[in-house]
Design a protein around this ligand. Structure first.
Ligand code: ZN
Length: 224
């Protein structure tokens, strides 16, 4: 080997737009994005499921040899929180998007006046939760009542107030060198509890968005 080279792969041996099927043997790849078989909405779901799955696999790996994490696993706390923070952000944004546009045609909700574009381009989970609270019906007898919403929104608010977000889980300090709050006090993660809770929250939201009450409402089939 040329002594000036160190034998690393070309980038295109690692990431490529060319189909790796050419010799019909090489199955050593996974798909980043398949253009032809997914709607944008479905692609968002795949992104969320990927981030959730990655977080859960990391947590499972922490417990694969023992019942308790060891000090050698501490460096996984921020990646776990980052993956969950992003999965929650995408799920909440989809939720808000669906309900914002549903409210404009819905006889059971006040039409939303929130500034959807601004909320969609920021990472602020607290603001997204506020917006959701402002448009979801609070009456428990409403056809669109979101059961569990009080606990779920409180959890996400607390998550946000602990300064866990997509920035603080990737960087320790801002552009001026000031530490983010998350990095200013001793803090601890209980991986098993977090895993169960976030999975439950995401499932509850997806059940709500996917259940029949929204489309039944569009068809005028909800009881008045
Ligand atoms: Zn409706």
């Amino acid at each position: 080997m040329d002594s000036k080279k160190c034998g690393i792969n070309e980038f295109t041996d690692c990431v490529t737009n060319e189909t790796p099927y050419t010799n019909n043997q090489n199955k050593d790849f996974i798909v980043i994005y398949a253009v032809d078989n997914e709607t944008h909405a479905l692609h968002e779901e795949i992104i969320v499921s990927g981030y959730m799955d990655a977080a859960e696999r990391i947590i499972n790996s922490i417990y694969s040899d023992t019942n308790v994490p060891c000090a050698g696993d501490d460096h996984l706390a921020l990646p776990i929180l980052h993956l969950y923070s992003h999965a929650m952000e995408l799920t909440l944004k989809s939720f808000l998007y669906v309900m914002h546009f549903h409210s404009k045609l819905c006889p059971y909700m006040k039409s939303s006046s929130i500034k959807i574009e601004k909320l969609m381009t920021h990472h602020h989970l607290g603001n997204i939760v506020q917006a959701l609270k402002s448009i979801l019906p609070g009456e428990t007898n409403s056809a669109h009542y979101f059961a569990g919403s009080i606990e779920i929104f409180k959890f996400i608010d607390d998550f946000h107030k602990f300064n866990i977000d997509s920035i603080s889980t990737r960087y320790s300090s801002d552009k001026d060198g000031a530490f983010y709050q998350l990095h200013c006090a001793q803090s601890y993660l209980k991986p098993k509890n977090l895993k169960l809770t976030i999975r439950k929250i995401i499932n509850k939201i997806n059940e709500y968005i996917g259940s029949d009450h929204l489309s039944a409402c569009h068809r005028g089939e909800l009881p008045t």
